[in-house]
Every structure is written in C-alpha cells, then in structure tokens.
Design a binder for this molecule. Structure first.
Ligand SMILES: C[S@@+](CC[C@H](N)C(=O)[O-])C[C@H]1O[C@@H](n2cnc3c(N)ncnc32)[C@H](O)[C@@H]1O
Length: 215
C-alpha cells in the first residue's frame, strides 16, 4: 500500500461512530444520510460479498442482517476490533484494497467512504484485480466522496475553507478524491460498465457491472 492511513484510523476508531452520527460539524455534510447511503449499498448487493475498509462495521452489520455471506477486509487493527465487537460472526481479515486473502466466487465487492485512500493509478490496479476476482456477472458497489469535475472539487474545498472547516479542506486536498470521468475511464478500460448516482453533497454511489466477455 503506497499511502498508509492505518495509524489515523487506529486513533479515529474510538470516536468514528460519533462522526458518522453528525456530531463533528466539519464532517456533518459528508456523512449526511449515512444510514440511507449504507442501505443503498445493501440494496445492490447480491450473492457472496467482499467488503473493503469495513471500519467499525456499520455496513457489515446491515449486510449480515440481510443474511448475506460476507467477507470483510480492514487494514486498521483497532477498526477490526470495533467491527468484530459489533459483529461477532463477521469473517474479517487484515488486508487492503489491493492485497487480501484469496476468496472464491465473489459476486459483489462493496465499500463505503474508503476507495479515496487509493491514488487513481492504484484505483486502476484495483479494478483490474476485481475483474479477475468477481464471478461472471459480478458488480462493484462503492459509495464514496467523488466530484463531477475538478472545478466542483475546488469549489467544495473553497467552501470548506470559508466556513473555517480546515480539517475537512486539508482532507479533501491531501487524500485522493477523484472525479466521475476518471472513475468512468478506469471502469470502462478494465471491462466494466459504470453508473453514478448522487447520495449527498459529497457522496456518490458507483455501480460497475462486469461486461459480458462472451459477446
Ligand atoms: C472513513 S472509514 C469508513 C468505514 C466504513 N466503511 C464506513 O462506511 O463507515 C475508512 C476505512 O477504510 C480503511 N482504509 C484505509 N485505507 C484503506 C485501504 N487502502 N484499503 C482498505 N481499507 C482502507 C480505514 O482503515 C477505515 O476503516
């Protein structure tokens, strides 16, 4: 992993659920409708599911509640502890988007609020890997902060600065939040058809369906 955020998430693990509840004003808009965002991802999940960046296990809990066969991957030890406390039955491994234990017959790959930890180059590698990992009609369902254009990204950074939200502005500038056209190119060049749907002012739902290679 080129950029390692594990230390940050080890520290954040104890208060992360307060942030998603909207108690951190700077991040309130980012996590607006959090529960609904998780529900959208669950709605599109089918078959055996692989989840990356499970964090404290909020999406995992919903997927397990639906009786879904789930394998979770999470690099932060403290996050894994929180997720396991919340979901004692969860099959959870140490790993990350590009390195994880081999798992057979995966039908859906899901993730929320995490794919931006990869550079665009790494995102491309991840999609190539997922094309091999997924079953014939497999799909990727990611909800994360992304922007329609670089201009809209810059406007959100400016807005955060104007509101005095410097942690948020730094985060938007230092992590690898990308644009829909870049993600479209990555998905299409690796054998997927992709659609996007806005879920709040920051977060989009991306659904990438593996193309039928027999055509
Ligand atoms: C903002 S939290 C999101 C947690 C959870 N998915 C949610 O929606 O609440 C990001 C999570 O991604 C994990 N993460 C960071 N870099 C990662 C990587 N390269 N691969 C997989 N997970 C990563 C972090 O440890 C953290 O648990």
């Amino acid at each position: 992993m080129k950029n390692d955020f594990t230390e940050l998430f080890d520290e954040w693990s104890h208060t992360y659920d307060e942030t998603v509840d909207g108690r951190d004003l700077e991040y309130r808009d980012v996590f607006h409708l959090y529960e609904h965002i998780l529900d959208e991802v669950v709605f599109h999940s089918k078959g055996t599911v692989l989840e990356f960046g499970v964090g404290t296990g909020n999406l995992s809990r919903r997927l397990l509640k639906e009786g879904i066969n789930l394998v979770g991957i999470e690099p932060s030890e403290n996050m894994r502890k929180q997720a396991q406390l919340k979901n004692p039955g969860l099959l959870l491994y140490k790993g990350h988007f590009l390195e994880f234990p081999s798992v057979e017959q995966i039908d859906t790959i899901v993730s929320t609020y995490a794919f931006h930890h990869l550079t665009d180059e790494e995102k491309q590698k991840a999609f190539q890997l997922y094309h091999k990992t997924l079953s014939k009609e497999g799909i990727i369902v990611f909800a994360d902060t992304m922007f329609e254009t670089n201009h809209s990204k810059q406007s959100m950074i400016n807005k955060a600065k104007e509101r005095g939200f410097h942690r948020l502005a730094d985060d938007l500038q230092s992590e690898f939040y990308t644009t829909l056209p870049i993600l479209s190119d990555i998905a299409e060049s690796t054998g997927f058809s992709v659609t996007f749907k806005p879920l709040n002012a920051y977060v989009w739902l991306m659904i990438a369906k593996k193309n039928d290679s027999t055509k």
